[in-house]
Design a protein around this ligand. Structure first.
Ligand code: ATR
Length: 278
């Protein structure tokens, strides 16, 4: 039996846990595959993808900074990829490049299944309007919260992101608003940090008045970078959660697309958390 090839492409990519996660998924589901990481020169994305296809690659995950380019080279893009205007999962099939974005679904599954909080009917604050926020707004709307405010340092970017999602929000009967980092109204049940603040070591971008008592405060980062946000959330009576579960669940969604099998993601998340703490 031949071994199917997959990889994660990014720049940088040396820190990526995706090879470990997918290799573990494959072991636990009895799938034969090899999953590597490839650091791609910044101006070589297109040709690197095509070279990987020629080598027999079956699919790849795409990370920073290539998710927007990935959406552009795809011959077909899923609805959630189109809304995000970014893809984190490419599948190579019958000469086509199929683009999808599993980040938002990964976030929603981590919150609803792993953290045990249904988003239905809740008030959400999504902080940020860059690629990370764009990747999750559609799936968050599909979880039927009552309200989502998107707050960003640069208001017009939040307004653009919101405008693109107005038809979906109307369909789901979810109130959707754009604000500055100070302009949002009543406190929220869930706040999600999708800015680059944890990556750069900058302070938490919103005031604690955003938090209802016991709110879930989620940072899409994981590891030491997320600690400042987690400590802030804890100090203000919120329940902190980092993005490690989102990482594993977005990988599980990609694995399902590629292999047609849902891997035991909760088990792999528990193992990865232990590995990172050890
Ligand atoms: P990514 O793909 O990781 O989302 P990005 O597209 O560059 O990266 O977006 C970064 C996000 O973090 C943006 O929402 C950015 O706000 P602006 O749109 O105003 O630039 C936000 N961001 C970065 N540094 C920030 C800071 N110090 N305080 C608040 N927001 C910040």
């Amino acid at each position: 039996m031949t071994t199917d090839l997959y990889c994660v492409m990014g720049h940088p990519v040396s820190h990526s846990r995706s090879p470990w996660i997918h290799t573990r998924f494959a072991e636990l589901t009895g799938q034969q595959l090899q999953y590597d990481k490839r650091e791609i020169p910044l101006d070589h994305f297109d040709r690197s993808v095509r070279a990987f296809i020629l080598e027999g690659g079956r699919g790849c995950n795409i990370t920073v900074p290539f998710k927007f380019e990935a959406a552009k080279i795809a011959s077909h893009t899923s609805e959630r990829g189109l809304l995000a205007q970014a893809c984190n999962t490419l599948t190579f099939k019958d000469g086509q490049i199929l683009g999808d974005n599993t980040d938002g679904m990964g976030l929603v599954i981590d919150i609803e299944r792993n953290a045990g909080l249904s988003l239905k009917g809740l008030r959400l604050l999504l902080i940020g309007a860059g690629g990370a926020a764009a990747g999750v707004l559609g799936p968050l709307l599909q979880a039927d919260p009552a309200h989502i405010s998107v707050a960003n340092r640069t208001l017009h970017k939040a307004a653009e992101l919101v405008a693109r999602h107005v038809p979906l929000a109307a369909q789901r009967h979810t109130e959707l608003e754009a604000h500055t980092l100070h302009g949002f109204g009543a406190p929220f049940d869930v706040i999600i940090n999708a800015t680059a603040t944890s990556l750069s070591g900058a302070s938490v971008p919103v005031a604690a008045r955003a938090l209802k008592p016991g709110a879930l405060a989620y940072d899409m980062m994981y590891g030491p970078g997320a600690q400042g946000f987690m400590d802030w959330a804890q100090a203000h009576g919120a329940v902190p959660r980092d993005g490690l579960g989102m990482l594993v669940e977005q990988a599980a969604e990609a694995f399902l697309i590629w292999r047609g099998v849902r891997p035991p993601s909760s088990q792999v998340l528990a193992e990865l958390r232990k590995l990172m703490q050890g």
